[in-house]
Design a binder for this molecule. Structure first.
Ligand code: NAD
Ligand code: TYD
Length: 352
């Protein structure tokens, strides 16, 4: 690992990973390629943009001219592929960009890497970051998904990620590209775009707005603190076996309603208002095809690489809530972006 291309490194997890990698490994140079869509921002890279070991390239992973040139120019030996369209609600409203970026963009990266590494007569590493959502939805009493569970994606987002996973594996089996994959559960932490549940709840609570909960709020997610996720990916890059997939999760299963109540209790403690923030919780109509529960079995990454999460939800959430409270300028910029896209009208007006 010397010249690492990180795609989507101006997004939530990607920017956390860039910071993590620069600190963890003093010998790598990062080429951070990001199209700066609504979800990406240079504000997420505060403090690393001026590092001599970090080069930012504003580009689209679908671009068939730029990607081969970037691989060549920076002599890329490792790719950590985060770039994607990621919001399920957006995928329900407009699926097309999900298939452009997540499927065709991934194909372009794989093809460009295959050609470049063949010319150089070298074996690079292609690491693909994916989601637990490819496995589908679980009932409350069902066993967590393992790496060999059948794929059963149920939203346009998860269908596009499932397709990209299949492509990555196909490039391993067909062309012997050295790939690894990780499928992770819902992440949370600093720099997550404000449309997603946790920052959205914090933002609305601070503004005194209602806190929308889809349906009965009993949908369960397994929340993974982003720092734990970065460490897991690093372990896989360093010691993961080629061709293998590893599940990564926080082992913190909690339903949306309980999670939002936890955030409200923390805000009550850190920044008390006249009444508890929990009084703002409002049930709204449900997401179409809303997956009931995700849960991952992480035995494989623990047994093979010794990784397990360090943060429980209480500890990770406290750090997260405090980070958003301490970064009002970042929050304001993200809020303005969300407003300029009319996201609240598009996603919430029809929910009642
Ligand atoms: P994000 O939406 O916060 O960031 C995505 C980044 O990709 C943005 O910076 C955006 O500008 C960039 N991007 C989008 N399309 C691009 C394109 N065509 N070319 C170049 N850049 C492009 O996403 P995230 O939450 O950081 O997720 C990162 C990865 O992790 C994704 O692959 C996602 O599927 C996966 N994942 C995320 C979660 C989660 O809870 N956030 C859970 C499981 C898996
Ligand atoms: P989200 O952050 O969009 O992640 P994902 O859909 O990938 O799991 O949403 C997390 C959960 O929170 C999901 O079950 C949908 C729910 N949710 C709400 O109840 N209200 C909201 O306003 C949002 C954005 C999400």
């Amino acid at each position: 690992m010397k010249n690492v291309l990180v795609t989507g490194g101006a997004g939530f997890i990607g920017s956390n990973f860039v910071r993590f990698l620069l600190e963890k490994n003093q010998h790598v140079r990062i080429i951070n390629l990001d199209a700066l869509t609504y979800a990406g921002s240079l504000l997420n890279l505060a403090g690393v943009l001026d590092s001599a070991r970090h080069i930012f390239v504003e580009a689209n992973i679908c671009d068939k001219d730029v990607i081969p040139n970037v691989l060549k120019k920076y002599d890329v030996d490792t790719i950590a592929h985060f770039a994607a369209e990621t919001h399920v609600d957006r995928s329900i409203l407009e699926p097309d960009p999900f298939f452009q970026t997540n499927v065709l963009g991934t194909l372009n990266l794989l093809e460009s890497a295959k050609e470049f590494w063949a010319q150089k007569k070298m074996q690079g590493r292609f690491h693909h970051i994916s989601t637990d959502e490819v496995y589908g939805s679980l009932a409350e009493n069902e066993l967590a998904f393992t790496e060999s569970s059948t794929y059963f994606p149920r939203s346009p987002y998860s269908a596009s990620k499932a397709a990209s996973d299949h492509l990555v594996r196909a490039y391993f089996h067909t062309y012997n590209i050295h790939v690894t994959l990780t499928n992770c559960s819902n992440n949370y932490g600093a720099y997550q775009f404000v449309e997603k549940l946790i920052p959205f709840t914090i933002l609305n609570a601070l503004q005194g707005n209602s806190l929308p909960i889809y349906g009965d709020g009993k949908q369960i997610r397994d929340w993974l603190y982003v720092q734990d996720h970065c460490e897991a990916i690093y372990n896989v890059l360093e010691r993961g076996s080629v061709g293998e997939t590893y599940n990564i999760a926080g082992n913190n299963q909690i339903c949306n309603l309980d999670l939002v109540q936890m955030i409200c209790a923390m805000l009550d403690e850190f920044q008390p208002a006249q009444s508890s923030y929990a009084s703002l919780i409002t049930h709204v109509s449900d997401r179409f095809g809303h997956d009931r529960r995700y849960a991952l079995d992480t035995t494989k990454i623990y047994n093979q690489l010794g990784w397990s999460p360090k943060y429980n939800i209480e500890a990770g959430l406290r750090e997260t809530v405090q980070w958003y409270l301490q970064n009002p300028d970042w929050m304001q910029a993200a809020f303005s972006k969300m407003q300029s896209e009319n996201w609240l009208e598009k996603n919430y007006q029809h929910r009642g």
